[in-house]
Structure formats: C-alpha cells, structure tokens
Design a protein around this ligand. Structure first.
Ligand SMILES: [Zn+2]
Length: 61
C-alpha cells in the first residue's frame, strides 16, 4: 500500500497499487477532494478548477 500526505490536513492517505496520475480521491480525514500529481514518490494536491482560466485575455494595464 502506498501513502501520501494530504496537503490540507497533513494526515497520511493510503492509495491502492494501481493508482494513476491524475486520479482523484477524497481524504478520509478532512474529506478534501485531492488529485494524484506524482507517483514516485506519491504526491497529492488540491484539484484546481480549470474552468476559471477559460479565455481570460485581459491586458488592460
Ligand atoms: Zn486531509
């Protein structure tokens, strides 16, 4: 079993051996939705909503 630290609460989250990059899971401790950002070593990060960056071309300086 692989483990990674939850970036939100710092507790260790256990992942299965077939975990893939980009896989989403919920921290069992703080219930934050997380994404697997690296496999060796395992790293978890918050899920960023990519919809916020859609066609935002604002060059009005
Ligand atoms: Zn957590």
């Amino acid at each position: 079993m692989k483990k990674a630290e939850c970036p939100s609460c710092g507790s260790m989250v256990t992942m299965g051996s077939n975990t893939r990059m980009g896989q989403r899971l919920k921290c069992p401790n703080c219930r934050t939705e997380l994404e697997v950002t690296w496999l060796d070593p395992f790293e978890l990060d918050w899920i960023y909503d990519e919809d916020d960056y859609e066609d935002e071309e604002d060059y009005d300086d």
